[in-house]
Design a protein around this ligand. Sequence first.
Ligand code: I3S
Length: 129
Amino acid sequence: CPSSPKLSPTPSEKCGVLNVTKITENGKKVRKNWTSSWTVLQGFSLLFAKGQGGGTTWKFGSNQSKPEFTVDLRGALVEWASKEKSSKKHVIELKTRQGTELLIQSEIDSVINDWYRALTEAISTHAWE
Ligand code: I3S
């Protein structure tokens, strides 16, 4: 993880800025709302915080700024999104067991490929917890 935004990094962590939108929440379709999010992968949790920079103090775990939302990767599915899901390039579709579907995107293909790998690994590592 980069040293800024400030987080207490652990070796298993991955973070970076990604474009994210929910498409389904608790099994219900929701309107797309692409936002640039500071994204942290921590064990089986994927955390998103809105709007990188902008004077926010980035400290997950403190009471200063909470992640926008957190996704439980246990039992989740990750795949490359089909053309029907988004017109954007490099889009990952993430379906959680809780019935939330997200699209995750980066313009940079090496970045999105790394996330694809990291998410797949996290899911398989924590599959049986
Ligand atoms: O799947 P859709 O409906 O084509 O998704 C697009 C829309 O959500 C659009 O916003 P509104 O129609 O709500 O104003 C977004 O601006 C687009 O980015 C969405 O499509 P992409 O293909 O970029 O995911």
